[in-house]
Design a protein around this ligand. Structure first.
Ligand code: ZN
Length: 472
């Protein structure tokens, strides 16, 4: 994620330099090394399988949802835990709410215990626990059926919201998210009021995601759109998507112009709102160029179809792996932000992390990659705080979001740039590509970074000096 407004000033000041370098930046239509890079490892065969449905209200201000999730815990479990992230402070405050109304296993409704876990009062709570009738042993698949209601807040500058003026709704991480992490167990990190993510999600197979919406509205999802058919209500269309492996999903619905283009065998779909600040060509050109540069640095793009939604009244970028929400910005002017969110396809989508405990594992690395391929000097406001600190640490600092950005993005990104400088680009880039390969589709920890860089002690030292490996 990047909150665009925080960086707006600094990106404007470096624009002159960026324009001057445009011809040298390597962002051309040249063949992309990453495309020819080795195949990525397959995700775990026993990864969770999820099926979702959303039935949109006619005004797009709410949705009724169902979820079926099958997962195989690697420890005994006596309860199921789901997270309702739209109830975190930053999105609850404008009226967004995700209410889980039922969880059942084998047709038996389970008692629900919903806890605020950082949600403001009046909000449904971010932590949903459902006790099983009896404990289930490790290695036994469990299938749960859930029903939920999603309410969207008008003009929210965040990952869920809607605009009645533009007739556009968007909702990311807006379903009961299974909170199981292999080797760790249930993750119950509280939501905090800091501008960033706090989720932990195993990579899963999205068996299907069906979004039923009024027939005139465009629908953006993830993976492949496998069919459209008449919806269950007159005048509606049901759009069904499916994906072999995702870590999260986001949906956008409404009066978009959508254009899908093929680049190096990969599909890129872009949805623009009626008041878009840049043209379809501008977006596709910049996405193609940044994706090409990133794949040269990081290896094969870990998705075959990329879904980009440009949203009215939103000032940030939010990553969901192979789907991204962008504010209504100009992609050439803010190419660093385009690169940043695309870099999350590798650092979060491919290699996941607990974003509450180790936010630097996706944000420092995405900032680093962004600064390598489209430098904008966003790392210059380095704080003195430890890069490896959890979200709860920043929540307790004065100016929490600023402390978080100046530490996890700026100081962490700068530390990685210093590490690369000390050990040499080729050595560092190879080590990072091996880190991505070795931890593909898993939930990585700082120990995995340390292991990947163990043969480059000067790189480890650069991260250590910035407090990345702090014991917390
Ligand atoms: Zn980010």
């Amino acid at each position: 994620m990047v909150r665009h407004r925080m960086h707006a000033l600094m990106s404007a000041t470096v624009m002159a330099g960026v324009v001057g370098l445009a011809g040298l930046a390597g962002c051309t239509a040249a063949p992309h090394a990453g495309v020819d890079a080795p195949e990525l490892p397959d995700p775990a065969a026993d990864r969770p399988v999820v099926a979702l449905t959303y039935r949109m209200a006619d005004d797009l201000a709410s949705a009724e949802g169902t979820e079926r999730v099958t997962f195989t815990p690697d420890e005994q479990v006596c309860e199921l835990v789901f997270r309702a992230w739209p109830n975190k402070p930053a999105t609850a405050v404008t009226g967004n709410a995700l209410t889980v109304s039922a969880v059942s296993v084998g047709g038996t409704a389970l008692p629900l215990d919903v806890q605020a876990a950082g949600a403001p009062s009046g909000s449904p709570g971010t932590l949903v626990e459902a006790r099983l009738p009896s404990c289930s042993p490790a290695g036994t698949p469990i299938t749960a059926d859930l029903t939920f209601q999603l309410r969207l807040g008008e003009r929210t500058d965040e990952r869920v919201g809607y605009s009645s003026r533009h007739r556009i709704a968007w909702f990311g991480s807006a379903y009961p998210m299974l909170a199981w992490a292999p080797g760790v167990g249930w993750t119950r990190d509280p939501a905090v009021d800091v501008a960033g993510e706090m989720t932990t999600s195993q990579a899963y197979r999205l068996e299907s995601m069906t979004v039923e919406a009024p027939g005139d509205d465009a629908v953006m999802g993830v993976g492949d759109e496998v069919r459209t058919e008449a919806g269950s209500r007159p005048g509606t269309t049901a759009h069904t998507f499916s994906a072999d492996v995702v870590r999260d999903v986001t949906v956008s619905v409404g009066r978009f112009e959508v254009d899908t283009r093929s680049v190096d065998g990969r599909q890129i779909s872009v949805a623009l709102p009626p008041n878009a600040r840049a043209s379809m060509d501008d977006w596709h050109t910049q996405l193609r160029d940044e994706l090409g540069s990133l794949s040269e640095l990081l290896g094969r793009v870990p998705a075959s179809h990329l879904w980009i939604s440009v949203l009215p009244g939103v000032s940030e970028g939010v990553e969901y792996g192979a789907a991204i929400q962008f504010g209504n910005l100009h992609p050439q002017r803010d190419r660093w932000l385009v690169a940043h969110e695309l870099a999350h396809m590798w650092f979060y989508g491919l290699v996941g992390n607990n974003q509450a405990e180790h936010p630097w594992l996706d944000e420092s690395f995405a900032t680093y990659a962004q600064e390598v391929v489209s430098p904008a000097d966003t790392t210059r406001r380095e704080s003195e705080e430890p890069v490896g600190a959890p979200m709860s640490y920043f929540a307790g600092r004065p100016d929490a979001s600023e402390a978080y950005v100046n530490t996890v993005y700026a100081r962490g990104g700068a530390a990685l740039l210093r590490a690369r400088e000390r050990v040499g680009e080729d050595e560092f880039d190879a080590a990072l590509r091996e880190y991505l390969r070795a931890n593909a589709w898993s939930i990585a920890t700082p120990d995995d970074v340390r292991a990947a860089l163990a043969h480059l002690p000067e790189a480890v030292a650069a991260l250590d000096e910035a407090g990345a490996f702090r014991a917390d």
